[in-house]
Ligand binder design. Structure first.
Ligand SMILES: Cc1cc2nc3c(=O)[nH]c(=O)nc-3n(C[C@H](O)[C@H](O)[C@H](O)COP(=O)(O)OP(=O)(O)OC[C@H]3O[C@@H](n4cnc5c(N)ncnc54)[C@H](O)[C@@H]3O)c2cc1C
Length: 851
């Protein structure tokens, strides 16, 4: 299918629903799925001028699939006309052209459109894709279908460019050049070479096959389908389905040998290999050269009934000495022999571990995918990476197979992408992003399973330079399908950007979370909202809060101890694991009159575990016994103790919830007033920011809020008698990056939204997260709610990024790049410090810009 360039809009037009890159099996399958789901505003970008992917490019003589075609094709588009068990390349290519035609994909495909880079625009929740010609497109979703085997790999041999004869890679076969009667060198003996060597052996004059390492080769039982079989398949579709199912079961069973019962390889591979070798290679010396010295299956198993016979031919020479260099006229081996040839064919395979390269994919906060993959490519289900919202990779890391059809895997992935799209729609979200922890856990599991597989026994193209196997799936294709189709979508976070910046975070949609949230809402409404506030006194309210907090436990993995610092009792929650040199000063909420380190353990312990940093929780003096400025003085004193203990300001995060959030802000402003160096960041959960209680949500969320009555806020503020530096009016310039989290069902919602707007106006980097269907400091219920645990994890990630960013800026001016990495702003509102000793590191803190 060679379509003319379609007229698709550029960046200036309306953003598309999706951009798919690549028109191979993956891209075509994805496009069809979108069409079928009624999504029509998408574009498929293909750098070449036809569909087909590897089946367009690999037109070398003898090219064919090595998984039977009735399985190596789309399940929804069976083809009764396959000519043989393993269809030749031209037929597979024609099949893909037929699919594109039948499903009317031409208007969506843009040929000659090579994607150079893609950058995620966080404010718009869109991907901006730039093509090699400089044109740009925007879309909500970016789906790559660029394959693992679409980049031919050239060997690193000295003198490659000096060769004056004819040379090409097997994936770019030069059909205009006749090999007839020529002296030809074939470098490489992988899957492609074993197909084209027998196909050209009889035509060429002399064939020198340069082998670095032999492969286990088993017969390929190829048979033509007679006209009767094809007629049966045409008229009895169920017979064709049955045939496909039988092939599937046969191939799927092989996964056992690859991943669990390696001993089976002896029967399934070693025996047939040696039998074939004995039959086709009479010369014992040649036979010896063809026997691999690594465990069976470790490198790709090859299927051919002709290759071994071909290398036995008199005009074929199997060269096993290493190649020293390529000369102007041929190939020189390490033993000094020069092989003069008219042509060289590189059968050296593909750069399988260089996923997506040379495209540059930049995610949230400017994080480059290559940086995220410094230790090897990996993805959740091979599809998604944290920090790269709305981005799916088809045939991504660890989804290659040694035993079955990639098209089967692709169909599982495509169905998963469609599931995610549906879930986004239902959550009213415009972004989807995999949770970092689920991503890490999934990949640790994958690598553990791979370490027990046959692929861990040698060096192969499955493994990258760091020894990381980023290509293969370590199990059954059926288990992969089950995971992609049926595992919960809890691994993903769904959000919707707010027009003023920040995002609405959708509540998890699973039944357990919904029911739990409803029960908690009811419990809080009956207990907290009813009993906290007037007409009850402080003592009674503190008793109720103590009882309720017993129902909100923290987590293990921490060491808790009490200390008295500068007359202030402090609970220190230190994580058992974690070596980040930072600390969180956490100021608990409770309208300045309630609460203690004990009542907030459900937050502080998780924050410590997730951030890997100790959390200091001062038991500051409460009103009405100790009105303003007692609490602020205690917070300041505690901060000073941290400084005295050697924590530099850019290692300290100030955090707080509700009135504690107000205290955290007051503390940051007090430090600024004293010209002290700014801390690393501020973490604010539903902070009180308007002492006059003028926020509109006090009225609009009055009934929705299950926790807070306005009367309680009035009581608390009255008891505290605060003379707060109104943060909504104050000059916030010079404050460190702020992350605010608030529930959309709370009366204090507008305190947060107004603070975020004001902070932005002051040039302070501030990210606002409004959690849908959640209430005031829902984090306290983290024992029950996944949404609360994830929110705390986000706070922890932000805290880590701010500390790491400060550290790396101070050390080498290189910026930390994590999902919440801090970045350098264009201009930092650096009016903060003038103190000579503080200025350098304060610049560090104020230059830190978090998303
Ligand atoms: C010779 C050969 C034989 C194989 N045989 C089998 C087999 O028998 N069974 C099996 O399961 N698997 C086989 N495979 C693996 C094969 O890669 C997959 O089965 C499948 O074809 C992958 O499809 P894909 O669409 O993901 O990738 P590809 O087919 O590689 O298609 C990727 C497409 O993306 C395009 N592209 C890449 N980068 C860009 C860019 N920056 N901008 C725009 N377009 C871009 C490419 O031009 C290409 O068209 C074989 C592979 C090869 C090379």
């Amino acid at each position: 299918m060679h379509s003319s360039e379609s007229t698709l809009q550029q960046d200036t037009g309306k953003p598309l629903a999706a951009i798919i890159i690549g028109a191979g099996f993956a891209g075509i399958g994805m496009a069809i799925a979108l069409q079928r789901a009624g999504v029509h505003d998408f574009v498929l970008l293909e750098r070449s001028h036809d569909v087909g992917g590897v089946w367009r490019d690999n037109s070398y003589p003898g090219a064919a699939c090595d998984v039977p075609s009735h399985l190596y094709s789309f399940s929804f588009e069976p083809n009764p006309n396959w000519s043989s068990t393993f269809a030749p390349q031209a037929e597979i290519h024609a099949y893909l052209q037929h699919c594109a035609r039948k499903y009317a994909l031409a208007p969506h495909i843009r040929f000659g459109a090579e994607v150079a880079n893609a950058r995620y625009d966080e404010d718009r929740a869109q991907w901006r894709v730039t093509l090699k010609d400089g044109s740009t497109l925007r879309a909500a979703l970016l789906i790559s279908g660029t394959g693992q085997l679409s980049k031919p790999a050239m060997p690193r041999i000295p003198g490659l460019d000096s060769y004056k004869g004819h040379a090409f890679h097997s994936a770019r076969w030069d059909h205009s050049y006749s090999l007839a009667g020529k002296r030809v060198a074939v470098i490489g003996t992988g899957a492609s070479a074993i197909q084209f060597v027998p196909a050209i052996a009889d035509k060429v004059g002399k064939l020198s096959v340069f082998q670095r390492s032999p492969a286990y080769i088993i017969p390929r039982p190829d048979k033509p389908y007679g006209s009767l079989s094809r007629m049966v398949f045409r008229h009895l579709p169920w017979a064709m389905k049955l045939h496909r199912a039988a092939i599937y079961v046969r191939y799927e069973a092989r996964a056992l040998a690859f991943t669990r019962l390696h001993g089976l390889m002896r029967y399934a591979v070693a025996k047939p290999f040696h039998k074939l070798l004995a039959r086709q290679v009479p010369d014992a010396a040649l036979r010896a050269k063809l026997v691999p010295d690594y465990p069976i299956g470790c490198k790709r198993l090859l299927l051919s009934s002709e290759y071994l016979a071909a290398v036995s031919k008199p005009n074929v020479d199997l060269v096993t000495d290493g190649i020293r260099r390529v000369t102007e006229t041929g190939v020189e081996t390490v033993d000094g022999t020069h092989h003069t040839v008219d042509a060289i064919v590189y059968g050296t395979g593909f750069a399988a571990t260089e996923f997506l390269s040379p495209m540059r994919i930049t995610g949230r906060a400017g994080v480059d995918l290559n940086d995220a993959w410094r230790r090897g490519a990996q993805a959740y289900l091979g599809l998604t990476v944290p920090g790269f919202p709305n981005f799916f990779m088809l045939y991504g890391p660890n989804t290659n197979l040694g035993h079955n059809s990639i098209v089967y895997m692709l169909e599982s992935q495509i169905a998963h992408v469609m599931r995610c799209c549906k879930a986004m729609r239902m959550a009213g979200a415009s972004t989807i992003e995999v949770d970092e922890r689920r991503y890490k856990r999934f990949n640790v599991g994958i690598q553990q399973r791979l370490s027990n597989s046959v692929w861990s026994g040698c060096k192969s193209w499955y493994v990258d330079e760091n020894g990381h196997n980023s290509t293969n799936w370590p199990g059954f294709t059926l288990s992969y399908r089950w995971l992609t189709r049926h595992t919960s979508l809890n691994a993903y976070r769904f959000t919707q950007p707010l027009p003023q910046g920040g995002a609405i975070v959708a509540a998890p949609a699973d039944t357990e979370e919904r029911v739990t949230a409803s029960l908690l809402r009811g419990l809080l409404r009956l207990s907290f909202r009813t009993l906290i506030g007037p007409p009850f006194g402080a003592k009674f309210q503190r008793g109720v809060v103590s009882l309720l907090s017993a129902l909100m436990p923290g987590v293990g993995g921490v060491i808790r101890y009490r200390d008295v610092v500068g007359n202030i009792p402090v609970e220190i929650v230190a994580p058992k694991r974690g070596d980040l040199d930072g600390v969180v000063l956490y100021l608990h909420g409770g309208a300045f009159c309630l609460g203690s380190p004990t009542t907030h353990r459900s937050i502080t312990t998780r924050l410590a575990v997730e951030s890997g940093m100790p959390v200091w929780v001062p038991d500051y003096r409460l009103a009405p016994e100790h009105p303003y400025p007692a609490a602020l003085e205690d917070a300041l004193a505690c901060y000073q103790v941290l400084r005295n203990k050697g924590y530099a300001p850019d290692r300290i995060l100030i955090a707080g919830d509700s009135a504690g959030g107000a205290l955290a802000l007051s503390l940051a402003l007090a430090l600024k007033q004293r010209d002290a160096q700014a801390p690393a960041g501020l973490l604010l959960i539903s902070p009180v920011t308007d002492g006059a209680l003028n926020g509109t949500s006090l009225a609009t969320r009055r009934h929705a809020d299950p926790m807070i009555r306005k009367a309680w806020l009035e009581q608390g503020l009255h008891w505290y008698r605060a003379v707060l530096p109104d943060p909504l009016q104050a000059d916030l310039r010079g404050l460190p990056p702020i992350l605010i989290q608030v529930g959309d069902q709370e009366v204090l919602l507008s305190d947060s939204t107004r603070l975020a707007e004001h902070a932005a106006a002051c040039g302070v980097t501030c990210r606002l997260e409004v959690h849908a269907a959640r209430w005031h400091v829902f984090h306290l219920q983290s024992f029950y709610l996944r949404s609360a645990r994830e929110a705390i994890r986000t706070l922890a990630g932000f805290a880590q990024a701010c500390v790491m960013s400060s550290a790396s800026t101070a050390a080498s001016a290189t910026r930390a790049r994590t999902a919440y990495s801090c970045d350098q702003p264009e201009s930092s509102g650096s009016a903060a410090t003038t103190g000579p000793t503080a200025s350098v590191s304060n610049a560090t803190a104020t230059e830190c810009l978090c998303p």
